[in-house]
Design a protein around this ligand. Structure first.
Ligand code: PHB
Length: 549
């Protein structure tokens, strides 16, 4: 695309991405404003404006009035790449099958400049001391896929690689890399030789390049026209395999899987409908935030998040999907291109694997409890009562997150606490959410023991209450678990609509009459559930929600 006057980079977008990247590199995805100033090299007042805008847009949250923390909404960027490339979709189950066959960790990585970025990971829990996550990057010289990708580099590629090694001798750009016990790096000559060997052999070995004990084999994944588009790796531990014995065991099945991956990449699929960001983001709340709000940052990020269509999107499609004027969408796209987040073939724009650096690996690794926690804190601030999230575990509910109101607590509950499901509001919601078959089986096997004088113990009465729970979308339980305690619960669902957990508010009976509880608490509780559910959809977009949380 020709550079024209309107192609001047969008500064706030560039700086906003710098802030997101700095947070993604920080431990725990969080930094204080003063640390953000240091990490980005920006002055305090632009950092404040950028952070205010990112909080307003829902990409950051302020925690304890001090830290800025990345929220699951940043996953929209990484998901745009993963959805548009279709790599997890097309290759994920082949990688799983190989991992099951070999009983070792299997990954798919793609080239990202002179780095290697994982896009699929199927870890076997016991096998490794380190496991990289989808979205993590490693330097090419420190892993098996690196030599395979370098086999395709031209002179410039090797020069870029060397420049990066000189500029970042401590590999600070690679937070996933374990603290280096290995200080020696290959020279240009050595790395060229490794790349040439990988080309000749058709595979590459990692004999403890990442860290002591970790060995891996990688083979290229080619597209239909023979270009190397990725690497399939099997990683193991020296307690199980040497690099050579892993190659002996894994190479043949890996080559077979890589051929099937080539076929999977070549199959034609219809372009699905344009994916629109699910939230109703008002991109123009100037009236609300005044000059603190950076509209061009908001617009640029909405462009990046919208690019999730396989095969890329034309400028017209981007403008439509984001409801932005073409010229505005185009300026954002060119800025994103200049930063290495987007590629264009002059007609279509595609996100690049580098967008995964914007928090994807760490934020997508959050548990359901991590996802719920900040929303529970917000809810307690609103309603001044205690709130919890629980999952169904046999005939019990088990608490996975809880935030207590500061008023004197009547019930002492911690994470891990179990209660009989039949006598709790969260239990009612969870059992009502089971499919008809499992629900009947659950009821048949349940021991409906009384815990107070109020506990419903008649199966038919409980069945009727479960029906009502499904109809109402909430359960209200009055003193059935403990005298004096009322509780109101609503379900938390995965994107497929299945109930995966429940969230409740519990309160002392003296606080409100039974009839008043829903009016008092249901709107806030439902709003909380909606927010948690939105975050669940992002964090578990490409991975199953663990049933035993
Ligand atoms: C991994 O999948 O974790 C992996 C792959 C290749 C390596 C190291 C680790 O060289």
């Amino acid at each position: 695309m020709p550079q024209t006057a309107d192609a001047a980079p969008v500064g706030p977008l560039e700086r906003g991405l710098t802030v997101l990247r700095a947070l993604a590199l920080a431990r725990g995805d969080r930094l204080r404003a003063s640390d953000l100033v240091r990490a980005t090299g920006l002055a305090r007042s632009p950092v404040d404006r950028l952070a205010t805008t990112l909080v307003r847009l829902g990409y950051l949250r302020e925690q304890d009035g001090r830290d800025f923390v990345l929220t699951p909404k940043v996953l929209e960027f990484g998901l745009a790449y993963l959805r548009s490339s279709r790599l997890p979709h097309r290759l994920g189950s082949l990688a799983e099958a190989l991992a099951d066959d070999l009983d070792e960790s299997v990954s798919v990585a793609v080239p990202d400049g002179d780095a290697v970025r994982f896009v699929v990971q199927t870890p076997r829990r016991r096998a490794l001391s380190v496991t990289f996550r989808a979205g993590d990057a490693l330097p090419a010289e420190r892993c098996a896929p690196g030599a395979l990708f370098a086999a395709d580099w031209d002179e410039q590629g090797f020069e870029r690689w060397q420049a990066r090694m000189l500029a970042d001798p401590d590999n600070t750009a690679f937070p996933a890399l374990p603290a280096a016990q290995i200080s020696s790096r290959p020279t240009m000559t050595e790395f060229r030789r490794l790349a040439a060997e990988a080309r000749t052999n058709g595979f590459a070995l990692d004999d403890q390049l990442v860290e002591p004990g970790l060995v891996a084999v990688a083979v290229p994944i080619r597209d239909g026209s023979g270009h190397v588009v990725g690497a399939l790796s099997v990683a193991s531990h020296t307690s199980r395999h040497s690099a050579a014995s892993l190659r002996e065991r894994a190479l043949e099945p890996m080559l077979r899987t890589a051929r099937r991956m080539t076929e999977a990449l070549a199959t034609h699929e219809d372009r699905p409908a344009v994916h629109r960001p699910s939230r109703d983001d008002s991109l123009d709340p100037k009236g609300e935030l005044g000059p603190e709000y950076l509209q061009s940052l908001a617009r640029g990020l909405s462009v990046l998040a919208a690019l999730s269509v396989p095969g890329g999107m034309t400028l017209t499609e981007v403008a439509e999907a984001t409801a932005l004027p073409r010229a505005t969408a185009r300026r954002s796209l060119l800025t994103l291109e200049s930063l290495g987040y987007v590629a264009t073939d002059s007609r279509r724009f595609l996100p690049l694997p580098r967008v995964l650096e914007l928090g994807y690996p760490t934020v997508s690794a959050r548990s359901l409890a991590d996802v719920a926690q900040p929303h529970l804190v917000d809810l307690v601030h609103r309603v001044h009562e205690s709130t919890s999230v629980a999952v169904l575990d046999g005939h019990d509910i088990r608490y996975i997150a809880r935030v207590a109101a500061s008023r004197i607590m009547y019930v002492d509950i911690t994470v891990g606490t179990r209660f009989p499901a039949h006598a709790t509001s969260m239990g009612r919601v969870l059992v009502a959410g089971l499919a008809p078959g499992p629900r009947s089986a659950w009821l048949d096997a349940a021991d409906l023991a009384p815990l107070t004088a109020h506990t419903v113990t008649a199966p038919d009465r409980l069945k009727a209450l479960l029906k009502q729970t499904t109809r109402d979308g909430f359960a209200l339980v009055d003193q059935e678990l403990e005298e004096g305690v009322r509780s109101l619960a609503v379900p938390l669902c995965g994107s497929d609509g299945r109930v995966v957990a429940a969230v409740n508010v519990s309160l002392h009976a003296g606080r409100a009459s039974l009839q008043d509880v829903p009016g008092l608490l249901l709107p806030a509780l439902r709003e909380t559930a909606r927010r948690i559910t939105e975050d669940i959809a992002l964090v578990f977009a490409l991975q199953p929600i663990p049933s035993q949380v």
